[in-house]
Design a protein around this ligand. Structure first.
Ligand code: PMV
Length: 329
């Protein structure tokens, strides 16, 4: 099934003349129970459900308008070359909404995510673009439909249409109409995320490529769906009981297991740098000294720490270069 076949019924009866522009914000998010592997590459339908925390005011502010000629896409005030992979991906996504093939869009995004923090720009970028298009065209879509549209841009973007804790339900339908995110009714004001930048270099293997290779070639991938199912139960129990130890342990082990499936792929997929391992070892050492800090990692070398506000001073002392995020602040 093509993306356009999903978009058409979603927007049926909602085509109005566009406003001058549409603007919106969407937060970045970090998965505590990861999405790794698609059952449908075209529609970004996942093999498993996943669960994330949005990063409060860290994310993308996007303004979209219609223009003549080719798309103009800028990030933090700098126009992106049209052949840059991210600009090409956005333009291909915008093809789904063009009224005539010749019309263009201007898309200006200001990102509040620290440059090189290792936070996927695609999740907040595609979610903010979809929310801004919803304003531009006055679609008045509900969050479920917006999450589905954001997913068509990037899987993890389906979770960035909400703040707080968010679950993306895998769904089972071929058209993906049951594969969208919902916001969880949990506020955990004491939770903190620490961003440890290890490298700001562009990753060599995109998450798209990395997950596809893992699904197709890694014998370890077979164990992944059952593991995610167990971890989702534990993460939800941890959120319900405000059990930080259970949350940290489950999120850390879930991330390590995801990376283990990648190592079993051929050619192998390894996003870690020596510095990543140094941070991991320092986290483990901190725990032997009774500092409750855990980590998670995505498709890159940077490490994200999880800790509670009360331990912030100790964690900052151990990781002076860390940037602290208060997801509910
Ligand atoms: O949405 P994508 O294609 O960038 O994939 C994101 C994959 C991970 O960040 C590694 C995990 C996740 O659930 O966000």
């Amino acid at each position: 099934m093509k993306k356009s076949e999903v978009v058409r019924p979603l927007l049926a009866g909602r085509v109005h003349s566009p406003r001058a522009s549409g603007s919106a914000f969407a937060p970045a998010n970090i998965a505590l129970c990861k999405y790794w592997g698609k059952r449908d590459k075209e529609l970004n339908l996942p093999v498993t459900s996943s669960l994330s925390i949005s990063l409060g005011s860290l994310g993308a502010h996007t303004k979209v308008a219609i223009k003549d000629g080719p798309d103009l896409i800028s990030l933090n005030g700098v126009a992106l070359p049209a052949d840059m992979p991210f600009a090409r991906r956005l333009s291909r996504f915008l093809d789904l909404f063009r009224e005539t093939p010749g019309m263009g869009y201007s898309v200006h995004t200001e990102s509040t995510v620290p440059v090189g923090a290792g936070l996927a720009s695609s999740a907040s970028g595609f979610a903010a673009l979809v929310l801004a298009l919803n304003e531009l065209y006055a679609w008045e879509l509900d969050r479920t439909a917006l999450s589905i549209l954001a997913r068509l841009g990037s899987g993890s973007a389906s979770r960035s249409v909400y703040d707080g804790f968010v679950e993306w339900h895998a769904g089972a339908q071929a058209d993906g109409m049951d594969s969208f995110a919902t916001r969880m009714d949990v506020r955990w004001a004491e939770l903190r995320i620490g961003l440890m930048e290890v490298s700001s270099a562009e990753k060599e293997i995109s998450s798209r490529e990395g997950m596809q290779r893992t699904v197709e070639t890694s014998a370890l991938y077979e164990a992944w769906p059952a593991r995610v199912a167990d971890d989702l139960v534990d993460v939800k129990a941890a959120l319900e009981a405000r059990d930080f130890e259970l949350l940290g342990r489950t999120a850390e082990s879930n991330a390590l297991t995801m990376h283990a499936t990648m190592l079993g792929a051929w050619p192998p997929v390894l996003y870690w740098l020596p510095e990543s391992i140094q941070v991991i070892r320092t986290v483990w050492e901190a725990r032997t000294k009774s500092v409750p800090v855990y980590f998670t990692m995505d498709a890159g070398p940077n490490v994200k720490l999880l800790y509670m506000e009360k331990d912030g001073a100790l964690v900052r002392e151990i990781f002076p270069a860390m940037r602290e995020v208060n997801p509910f602040g």
